[in-house]
Design a protein around this ligand. Structure first.
Ligand code: ADP
Ligand code: MG
Length: 391
């Protein structure tokens, strides 16, 4: 609860007075299904116990202010000016504040409300979601903002609409071309369950995980290698997928099956083919993982996680040596499956580990990083947790 207390304390010091309440939203880990979201495909993320909290107070002067433990400054805008804030005014907003103000902007547009009629508010954020670890601190701050402002502004928007507002903020206010997975996981998460999401229809099924009953824990190995999805490889991979879909004459790579791959090989250059093969086989693995979880349970998904990592390392080429080292060390120390999670180029790996091997995995990863001359990783377990809500 300390992040919640910190948000309230920050509210006191930056704004004064008492907040109306706190709202919070979780980060997420992706069990399987990487880069499939923006290809209209399937993903299987779950919300984690790490959360971003916002303490919110109403103001009656039409001003919206945001503050975070990340920054000494309070950022202020007139609510009436929110509709024109993005994308044009992006450069005038501090980078971190583009997340919450981007959500405010997207909510105003999605609701069709006249911004001038909406109440002002003070929002103070604090979080215990590791930043840049591939656990989506970005979706956590977006979803916390979305549930808080929706309630205070009395907007008639459902959870999927709030997830879409978060994604729009990330795409158009921040400028990161990410898919809808993170926001859906943060909005829809359930205790002990993952969210099986069809990113085309946005239909979401709750899939029981049962890790504890199976004697398994989900261990996160945060490499500390930071990534940025607003620049570089993420956008390149997205462009490759769009090129592949166009060359194959489909709306999105979701429409390509494993059986189509042989034909695709003849139509695409080698690099584009390997990018396509990752997406197509990863979609297949997500569906196989859901079948395994519904049938045999979590002990049966290890090989799918391992195959997913190999595909990201060799075909999609989004892994880094630290992530490969984390995965190999975890598997050698008793994990039944392991893979990098999140967009890649850094961040964290996850490992599914029998309870009695958790310490061995931690020791093995720490030793392997030291032997390779990498900075020590941060290692912790995560539990599938509930989605965004008023606390
Ligand atoms: P990830 O989502 O993997 O943690 P991103 O680069 O997508 O990494 O998002 C991290 C960015 O989100 C931070 O650099 C910061 O700008 C913003 N952010 C996340 N949480 C907070 C917070 N509590 N306060 C302020 N900004 C935050
Ligand atoms: Mg993010």
């Amino acid at each position: 609860m300390t992040a919640r207390t910190d948000a309230i304390d920050l509210f006191h010091t930056r704004f004064g007075g008492e907040p109306l309440g706190t709202w919070s939203a979780p980060g997420r880990a992706n069990l399987i299904g990487e880069h499939t979201d923006y290809n209209d495909g399937f993903v299987l993320p779950f919300a984690i116990q790490h959360r971003t909290y916002v303490a919110l107070g109403r103001r009656d002067d039409g001003v919206l202010r945001v503050a975070s433990t990340f920054d000494d400054e309070v950022i202020e805008v007139a609510v009436g000016n929110i509709p024109s804030l993005f994308p044009a005014g992006r450069d005038s907003v501090a980078e971190w504040a583009r997340y919450p103000l981007g959500v405010a902007w997207a909510l105003v547009h999605a609701s069709g409300r006249d911004a001038a009629t909406l109440a002002g508010a003070d929002l103070a954020f604090s979080s215990d979601v590791p930043v840049g670890a591939g656990l989506s601190s970005s979706a956590a701050i977006e979803s916390a903002t979305a549930v808080a402002l929706t309630e205070v502004w009395g907007l008639d928007l459902d959870r999927v609409a709030l997830a879409q507002a978060g994604r729009r903020a990330e795409n158009e206010a921040v400028g990161a071309p990410t898919g809808i997975m993170d926001q859906m996981a943060s909005m829809l998460g359930r205790t002990d369950a993952a969210i099986f999401l069809d990113c085309r229809s946005l239909e979401a099924d709750v899939i029981d995980l049962g890790f504890a009953e199976a004697g398994l824990e989900l261990v996160v190995i945060d490499t500390g290698v930071s990534h940025s999805h607003a620049t570089g490889g993420y956008g390149d991979r997205r462009a490759s997928c769009e090129r592949g879909a166009q060359a194959l004459g489909v709306v999105a790579l979701r429409d390509v099956t494993v059986a189509d791959l042989e034909r695709a090989a003849g139509l695409l250059d080698d690099e584009t083919f390997r990018r396509v093969r990752h997406i197509v086989t990863e979609n297949d693995r997500v569906q196989a993982t859901v079948r395994a979880l519904r049938g045999k349970g979590p002990a049966a998904i290890g090989d799918l996680l391992i195959a997913s990592h190999a595909s990201m390392r060799d075909d999609f080429e989004i892994s880094v040596p630290e992530l490969d080292t984390a995965v190999d060390a975890a598997l050698s120390a008793g994990a039944i499956g392991a893979r990098m999670t999140g967009g890649g180029f850094g961040g964290a790996a996850i490992a599914l580990v029998p309870h009695e091997s958790v310490n061995a995995v931690q020791d093995a990863a720490t030793a392997a990083f030291a032997a390779s001359g990498f900075a020590a990783p941060t290692i912790f377990t995560v539990a599938p947790a509930a989605g965004a809500a008023r606390d």
